[in-house]
Design a protein around this ligand. Structure first.
Ligand SMILES: [Zn+2]
Length: 304
């Protein structure tokens, strides 16, 4: 069953463009709202959904965590323009059963008419993902063998990249073809700020001999590209199960928390509400634990 139902403005867009319901990887969203209005996106990362809803890891039931986040998203006063999942949707090996459970978890979002988009992490598997969530498969991929998409909003463009190299291998990679496409796609949209999102962390230090790279293997090329395009204001990623805001020169680095478990007990888990306006973008932490000291913390990125 197709799980990718359009929100109202997307439905209008699809009608206008006569595009098929499935397989659209470039979308204009949020244009139905008044021009001055803030666009909200619900961001979830590292959901790590297992094949069985009873499976726990590090003392956490990942299915229950995702269900709780989805309940909060559906209870928001204003419906988000889209809900984005930033990779490691599946638990470890990207199994068909993981995506069957994942897809079942998403049903309340679909029932509420939410527009859903995903990126791929190191624990995902594209064929299994497409098989379970058929409407996520583009008819014409923007980059061959990669799951990428662009959300054009009134205030900024959001580029969803694919850093999956090999399923269940920690290292990420964008690859020359995707970077070349990104460069062109950014050049074609240099009139608005750009937010770039992918699953993996950057890996700035040269890899040490005998050590596995945990971040993006081609970080040097990726960073060079982002710095060369002044409209790129933020890189948003997950993978490390850490909530943080740092800077790399003028570029803002936003690390989304895991929806599943944490690797460091001090870190919050939960999801993030992004508000995109004409002035910038704010990321607000919605921790699962409302008593966590970081719950409600806001990281602000200004366009200028
Ligand atoms: Zn990961």
């Amino acid at each position: 069953m197709p799980i990718h139902l359009p929100s109202v403005d997307r439905r209008q867009f699809l009608t206008q463009s006569a595009a098929a319901l499935a397989g659209v990887s470039m979308l204009r969203v949020g244009y139905a709202a008044p021009a001055a209005e803030t666009i909200t996106l619900a961001l979830l990362s590292d959901t790590h959904i297992p094949e069985n809803e009873k499976v726990e890891s590090r003392g956490v039931n990942m299915t229950a965590n995702l269900q709780a986040a989805i309940k909060e998203i559906n209870a928001l006063g204003g419906k988000p323009t889209a809900v984005l999942f930033n990779g490691d949707c599946a638990y470890l090996k990207g199994l068909p059963a993981d995506y069957a459970n994942f897809s079942q978890c998403l049903q309340p979002l679909l029932d509420a008419g939410q527009d859903l988009h995903m990126t791929m992490g190191n624990h995902d598997n594209i064929p299994a993902f497409y098989n379970a969530l058929k409407s996520q498969q583009p008819e014409q991929p923007l980059v061959k063998s990669k799951h990428v998409s662009i959300l054009e909003t009134p205030h900024a463009n959001v580029f969803l990249l694919d850093s999956l190299m090999t399923t269940n291998v920690v290292t990420g990679e964008l690859g020359k073809a995707q970077l070349a496409w990104l460069s062109d796609a950014l050049d074609a949209r240099d009139d608005k700020p750009a937010i770039i999102m992918a699953h993996h962390t950057l890996e700035k230090n040269a890899p040490q001999v005998g050590k596995t790279i945990s971040g993006i293997a081609d970080t040097t090329d990726f960073l060079e590209l982002m710095h060369a395009k002044p409209q790129v204001k933020a890189y948003v990623f997950g993978h490390s199960h850490v909530w943080s805001h740092t800077k790399e020169g003028d570029l803002n680095l936003i690390n989304l928390p895991a929806c599943a478990y944490v690797f460091n007990a001090e870190q919050p888990n939960g999801w993030t509400l992004a508000r995109i306006s004409k002035d910038g973008v704010e990321f607000e932490l919605k921790a699962h634990d409302k008593e966590h000291k970081s719950h409600g913390e806001v990281f602000a990125v200004k366009w200028a």
